[in-house]
Design a protein around this ligand. Structure first.
Ligand SMILES: C[S@@+](CC[C@H](N)C(=O)[O-])C[C@H]1O[C@@H](n2cnc3c(N)ncnc32)[C@H](O)[C@@H]1O
Length: 289
């Protein structure tokens, strides 16, 4: 039986002061986990360890966690394992099928732990319809990684060219691919249209989130050297888009992935570019008033 006067019971996420402090670094170089079987068909999943950490930080057991771009289901599987409810939305039928299978497998393994207290569902739909599935003020945490506009399509082409000339071979040659041909797919939008559409999603996301709840987005910055744009500050654009939609820009975490990637020789010998080997975790909070 938990002690209602304990510090853990009083904290909004159920963490002790020591756990809280240990999770409060703003640069993470210790988050990776082998991709699980259900991850293999998707070119851009995050590791379950990342979802586990974010869910621990920003929610407690019994809360509702949402992922509007759920892919093969990483966020909802992590929510399940941590006794949170979970709702995911995914446009691509194949990824939806994989996510649903992964979730059913979890339910078969762990059902007794969470029976009756929480619910989990992955919808195959356009996340523009997210309010169909969620009541206003019901979600404690959204954790997601959207497509990066149509950068993936560009980067597939760029990587092919880089591989031809690079002295250092890219380790992951390349599992990145376009998610679908659908017009609703955020991965098929030009950047400026993409940001406008993301603002609408963030506005709906705000409505369904509880006051004081969080929305956490994992993104990378980009280059479009072909069009002479050396740096696209996607995480800042996303942060500003979130603020425009009514969110507080609460925090920024750098997820250092240098140990997971090999270096590519870029721009040599004329222009120096760094490798984009980190992701940014943009944290929004819904105002209390
Ligand atoms: C970066 S991936 C997310 C991967 C996920 N974090 C995981 O670990 O599996 C982005 C996903 O968004 C999906 N997507 C694109 N447009 C969408 C839309 N309009 N509604 C819902 N999902 C969409 C893509 O099919 C893709 O699976």
């Amino acid at each position: 039986m938990n002690n209602p006067d304990s510090k853990e019971e009083k904290s909004f996420n159920g963490l002790s002061p020591k756990e809280w402090a240990l999770l409060s670094k703003n640069v993470w170089n210790d988050v990776s986990s082998p991709r699980e079987a259900f991850h293999l068909e998707h070119g851009a999943t995050y590791p379950i360890a990342l979802a586990d950490r974010i869910i621990k930080m920003y929610s407690k057991a019994g809360d509702l966690v949402l992922d509007p771009f759920v892919g093969v289901g990483t966020t909802v599987v992590s929510a399940y394992r941590q006794k949170r409810s979970g709702i995911g939305i995914e446009l691509n039928e194949r990824f939806h099928e994989i996510a649903s299978e992964a979730l059913n497998k979890e339910k078969a393994n762990l059902f007794e732990n969470v029976k009756g207290k929480v619910f989990h569902k992955i919808h195959c739909d356009d996340c523009r319809n997210l309010r169909k599935y969620l009541k206003d003020n019901s979600v404690q945490l959204t954790f997601t990684s959207p497509p990066y506009a149509n950068f993936i399509q560009k980067s597939v082409k760029d990587r092919k060219n880089t591989h031809k000339t690079s002295l250092i071979k890219y380790s992951n040659n390349s599992t990145v691919k376009q998610y679908s041909e659908k017009v609703e797919d955020f991965g098929n939008l030009d950047y400026h249209v993409f940001l406008k559409e993301i603002k609408l999603i963030l506005a709906d996301n705000l409505r369904v989130t509880k006051k004081g709840g969080y929305s956490v987005w994992v993104v990378k910055d980009y280059r479009d050297t072909k069009n002479k744009i050396p740096y696209i500050d996607f995480h800042s654009d996303l942060a500003n888009t979130g603020k425009d939609a009514g969110w507080l820009y609460q925090d920024l975490i750098v997820w250092d992935q240098n140990s997971q990637r090999r270096l590519v020789l870029l721009g040599y010998p004329s222009v120096f570019y760094t490798n984009q080997n980190c992701s940014f975790i943009v944290v929004f909070r819904k105002p209390l008033l």
